[in-house]
Design a protein around this ligand. Structure first.
Ligand code: HEC
Length: 307
């Protein structure tokens, strides 16, 4: 019995050891199949044999694709990379979370009259953070431009970086070029040709900066510009440029105060205002960025499966 035991232990050991070695040797062209890479990605000679830098790092990484350079441009320890990775993912969450919240819940209309400064700041800070941490993480894994073409992992990284740069470019364009024009759209307090005020058109008559102060009540627009109590477009907590039908019902006075005021037109809540060019461009960029967010998320998901 002890003999059989010793024999079976030895047999198990031999089997285990050969199971460890055999696939490594026999499965060699399997590396090509497994990684989708041609032989020359890893071998100096396309027939096989001596390994190049990429093949070597593939081997030293425990035959794990993606290939990352064994001599990255920015050698960082695992803990440092984890901390930077945490900051990278967190700032990306802030950025994408803001885009999703703003585009799906608030809708781009919220910014039709100018970009809210707080959102611009949050966007700028999170984009910068994503960029700086992403650059560190990239430099910690690659040692040249070839890493962006010699593996699917690198190609997907390239796609992600391109989308990032494109989104930053459009963000700068929107803040510097479109944002100020969206605001300008507000300055033009223009009477609608047919005398029917849309909410957005009425909003321009807010009584600020020399603009007339109009309010809507029960489908009619009233000019309150010359009223002392509406100076600067403000009357207690009520603002000019708005429909105050509901508010007046709760006011200590009734609609008789409006009777003697000029009526520049009627008010139609459902009327769509004509879109300015800046607004059209803004809408296009806003929805394109929303789509790009999903492209980036898809790339991240595909990274695990395809690369
Ligand atoms: C993803 C990298 C990679 C690709 C692609 C690849 N190989 Fe290899 N190959 C290796 C590694 C690593 C070894 C060393 C053995 C091991 O550790 O698996 C090797 C070993 C070999 C060997 C044995 C040579 C020796 O000295 O042990 C041959 C033959 C070979 N490869 C042929 C090929 C051929 C043919 C292709 C293309 C169809 C190919 N390989 C594609 C990584 C790769």
């Amino acid at each position: 019995m002890p003999r059989i035991n010793r024999f079976s232990i030895a047999a198990t050991l031999v089997l285990a050891v050969s199971a460890f070695f055999v696939p490594a040797v026999l499965a060699t062209p399997e590396h090509a199949k497994e990684t989708g890479q041609p032989c020359i990605t890893c071998h100096l000679d396309p027939k096989g044999g001596e390994l190049n830098d990429t093949g070597f790092s593939y081997k030293t990484n425990g035959h794990v694709w993606p290939v990352v350079s064994s001599t990255p441009l920015l050698p960082l320890g695992g803990a440092t990379r984890a901390v930077i990775g945490f900051l990278h993912v967190t700032s990306a969450f802030f950025w994408f979370g803001t885009i999703l919240y703003v585009h799906i819940i608030l809708r781009p209309r919220y910014a039709e009259k100018g970009l809210p400064p707080a959102e611009v700041q949050l966007g700028a800070v999170s984009m910068a953070m994503v960029g700086v941490t992403g650059l560190c993480l990239t430099l910690a894994r690659v040692n040249g431009w070839h890493n962006f073409v010699d593996s699917r992992w690198g190609m997907l990284l390239g796609v992600k970086i391109s989308i990032y740069l494109f989104m930053v470019g459009t963000a700068i364009f929107v803040v510097k070029v479109i944002g100020p024009r969206l605001k300008e759209g507000l300055l033009e307090a223009e009477h609608p040709p047919d005398g029917v005020f849309a909410p957005e058109v009425l909003a321009a008559f807010d009584g600020n900066e020399e603009r007339p102060a109009f309010i809507a009540y029960n489908g009619k627009v009233y000019d309150v510009s010359n009223l002392f109590r509406w100076k600067g477009g403000k009357h207690f907590r009520h603002l000019a440029g708005m429909d105050l039908t509901a508010a007046l019902a709760k006011a200590p006075h009734g609609a008789e105060k409006l009777a003697s005021l000029p009526v520049p037109g009627t008010y139609d809540e459902s009327r769509k205002p004509p879109k300015t060019m800046a607004q059209k461009v803004f809408y296009f960029v806003a929805y394109m960025n929303l789509a790009l967010v999903f492209v980036v998320l898809l790339v991240i998901a595909f990274w695990r499966w395809w690369a």
